[in-house]
Write a protein that binds this ligand. Structure first.
Ligand code: NAP
Length: 238
């Protein structure tokens, strides 16, 4: 799917990968980018005439409905917004685990349900779901987050099958560690989100359903494919 000339909507565009995806889409010639955030005042890129800032908390059904009314011509929906609640599966509060599911699973589900009728009307359309390598294995210190990202992975596979007849490409993105606020304080080697954003759009342009957008994911996604059990054991030790 081409990015040039298309209308793109990015959730969670206030910072990190979301902000980088807005920049990358503009650099690749998108006609319009709906940059969405819980607080639109936080959005960068406000000076670019192709950027339409919108308020969108992906856990709020009223805001989702309003966003779909204000963005009736989206070709490419990028479900990027996410959060890192839900740490220890046995000790953390259920509230934290539910919060992770609300943002990382129900959020993209609700946003996609609102935008699917719009995407079905467009001549060439796509949905990009930002998952994680941790969708594929459960890391002890981030158990609830991993579970919510695994649910989002399953959601993505389901959408791909459901929307294939409508010619809507559905892309799964499995980033490794990125240098964003979410990974602040972590000593692991991280890739700048700007590089990751360009790799994601390159994957969309190449119609690659499963996108490994950084060196860590390019090494580990093939490992998961070859040896899922070994991958599970490796992630459990992280
Ligand atoms: N960083 C990594 O190493 C890494 C690795 C794999 C996958 N990911 C995934 O990559 C995506 C982007 O994360 P990031 O690294 O850029 O993290 P980040 O810097 O923490 O940014 C998260 C973004 O999501 C937004 N957000 C959170 N809850 C939201 C809600 N309910 N409604 C709308 N927006 C909401 C935040 O907006 P506010 O400004 O309003 O808080 C922020 O813009 C996430 O899906 C994350 O799970 C990250």
């Amino acid at each position: 799917m081409q990015i040039e000339g298309k209308n793109v909507l990015v959730t969670g565009a206030s910072r990190g990968l979301g902000a980088a995806l807005v920049s990358a889409a503009l650099e690749e010639g998108a006609a319009k980018v709906y940059a969405t955030a819980r607080n639109p005042d936080d959005l960068p890129h406000q000076d670019d005439p192709r950027v339409v800032p919108l308020r969108l908390d992906i856990t709020d059904p009223d805001q989702i409905r309003a966003a779909a009314e204000q963005a009736p011509d989206v070709d490419l929906l990028i479900n990027n917004a996410g959060q890192l609640e839900g740490h220890d599966l046995l000790d953390d509060t259920l509230h934290a685990h539910r919060a992770a599911m609300e943002t990382n699973y129900f959020g993209p589900l609700m946003v996609t349900r609102a935008f699917a009728p719009i995407l079905k009307q467009r001549p060439e359309a796509g949905i990009v779901n930002i998952l994680a390598l941790l969708s594929l294995g459960n890391m002890r210190a981030k158990g609830g987050y991993c579970a919510s990202k695994a649910a989002a992975w399953s959601l993505t596979s389901g959408l791909r099958a459901l929307l294939a007849g409508d010619d809507i490409g559905v892309f799964s993105v499995f980033p490794g560690a990125m240098d964003t606020a979410m990974m602040e304080g972590s000593k692991v080697k991280k890739t700048p989100p700007e590089e990751v954003a360009h790799q994601i759009l390159a994957g969309v342009r190449a119609d690659r359903e499963d996108i490994a957008p950084d060196p860590m994911s390019q090494k580990l996604l093939p490992m998961f494919a070859q040896d899922p059990k070994g991958f599970e054991r490796m992630v459990a030790k992280w």
